[in-house]
Design a protein around this ligand. Structure first.
Ligand code: AVI
Length: 328
């Protein structure tokens, strides 16, 4: 029998449905939680951009200084005539530019593939990269592993996968292992990865970075409530909640919560449902895991990578770990 009226669900609808379902699950669970991946609507992405430039948030500028200092030795360690550089998550291009330029400077031809689920995120990149005949750029709009796997079959060049900015810190310990194993599986023997890990350090420095004096992190967290109001017809009142972020030393992570300042109900039209918040009830939004050097070494060996170099800054705040895929 011929089937007619096939309904195609577009990406926007799928994303909105996933957000709706995740909010229902998260606000129904005990304790309440919303995934940090929903931070990044347009306003959230702009706020994160500002956080990354704020003096209290040391991560971005520290990693930038590491890449400035060690870009040439990174390229020399890999030492290929041509390389495919794949970046997971299209940033604004400033850090990728440092890496790409180091390869170009030593005469390596570079094929750069930023991979991001959002086409819009690619927009910022192009303008910030060097124009060169030795550089080709091909954006891949896909989730990370579909992007990586699609390239595995069409190019035989050595690969370098970039996962910078301590994005790996937003996975929990089990997710980190799973991510690295999937990364290993998507690559060929002797390919390389460069991963940015934020190191464990004095708790005052950590707490300051995630409670910046400009109030940007507070706005970033509360923006998630605004997003639920705008997209799901919720009626969160911003001044009835506060952001609370602190370093949990036994977990080794910054934890970020929104705390209800009143006993209150919030209605969400898209769910046709009200949710009760007790006074001082916390909703978990994000964990940002921090690593010791020995934890990073253990991760490499547990997930099938050989350490080639660990580039760090003078204060030992951050590590860009260059690893090579081992397969026998
Ligand atoms: C994107 N990610 C690595 C940031 C972090 O440090 O965990 C997100 C962030 N959250 C608060 N400030 C920045």
């Amino acid at each position: 029998m011929k089937i007619t009226n096939l309904i195609e669900v577009d990406q926007f609808t799928q994303n909105r449905e996933a957000f709706t379902t995740d909010v229902l699950m998260g606000l129904s669970s005990e304790p309440k939680t919303i995934s940090a991946k929903y931070f990044y609507d347009d306003a959230g992405s702009e706020l994160f951009q500002k956080i990354s430039q704020h003096q209290d948030y040391y991560l971005t500028k520290t990693e930038f200084s590491i890449l400035e200092q060690f870009g040439a030795s990174l390229a020399a360690t890999i030492n290929e005539a041509e390389i495919d550089i794949l970046e997971l998550g299209a940033g604004d291009g400033h850090k990728s530019k440092l890496i790409i330029d180091s390869f170009l400077a030593q005469g390596t031809k570079v094929n750069f593939y930023p991979i991001d689920i959002s086409e819009k995120a690619m927009g910022l990149l192009g303008a910030n990269l060097t124009v060169s005949e030795q550089l080709n750029i091909h954006g891949i709009v896909a989730d990370y592993f579909h992007g990586l796997n699609s390239l595995k079959t069409i190019s035989s060049n050595k690969k370098l996968v970039l996962f910078l900015g301590s994005n790996i810190g937003n996975f929990n310990r089990a997710q980190t292992q799973e991510f690295l194993k999937k990364l290993w599986l998507s690559l060929n023997a002797n390919d390389h990865v460069l991963i940015g890990y934020d190191l464990k350090k004095d708790t005052d420095i950590l707490n300051k970075a995630y409670n910046d004096s400009g109030g940007l992190t507070t706005a970033f967290n509360l923006n998630l409530l605004k997003r639920m109001n705008a997209e799901l017809g919720a009626d969160f009142e911003m001044d009835k909640f506060k952001h609370y972020g602190f370093y949990n030393p036994s977990l080794g992570a910054m934890e970020s919560y929104i705390i209800s300042l009143h006993d209150q109900d919030v209605y969400i039209a898209a769910l046709e449902k009200s949710f009760h918040f007790e006074k001082f009830e916390a909703m978990h939004l994000e964990s940002s895991f921090k690593f010791s050097e020995s934890e990073i070494h253990a991760l490499a060996s547990q997930t099938g990578f050989k350490i080639e170099a660990h580039f760090t800054d003078v204060q030992n705040f951050f590590v860009d770990a260059l690893w090579q895929v081992q397969k026998s």
